[in-house]
Design a protein around this ligand. Sequence first.
Ligand code: SF4
Length: 200
Amino acid sequence: MSKTKAFELVVVEAAQCSICERMRDRQAVLGPLNGTITPKAMFIAEAPGRNGADRTRIPFHGDISGNNFEALLDSIGLARNQIFITNSVLCSPRKPGGANDRPTRSEIRNCSSFLQRQIELIDPPVIATLGAVALDAIRLIEAHTFTLRDHAARILEWNGRLLVPLYHPSPQVIITVRNLDQQKRDYRMLLRAIENLGLC
Ligand code: SF4
């Protein structure tokens, strides 16, 4: 089966998935708008945001986190058509009032087979996790002991490829933990990982 066909199959299965109780009415954000299936790097974030990907169907687009992410990508000269973006859970988890919520451990576990299949079929040379939830989620695919606090912006090896743990570009993280200038410096390490493989 071709890579394109295999990806289309995952997209169809994800669109039909309703394993997670509170996301039964939500649609998985997975399709051609996630990026190229031959990327220089794959980004894995937490979950589609209510005003971003869940509304626009484009990961990290349409909300403040998306604006920050696009600024960070621009800062290292990467374009969306050179990358693939996905999430630890493909559907948007919400609080009872409708606000964004963190995915639970069981929701991340439910969706880990989709994440594993995306990684296996896209086979990105470099993965950048965005935030602690994503870094934790990939442990279900291959164990590691990395933490965001100790390993942020370091070039690591994981699952037969390079891994660069990065912070999430949400306004809360940028205001309280890692500002945009600091994150731009982190992204230079991601660019270095891509360059080290001769991909730029
Ligand atoms: S988050 Fe993943 S496992 Fe849960 S319903 Fe959506 S596609 Fe299925």
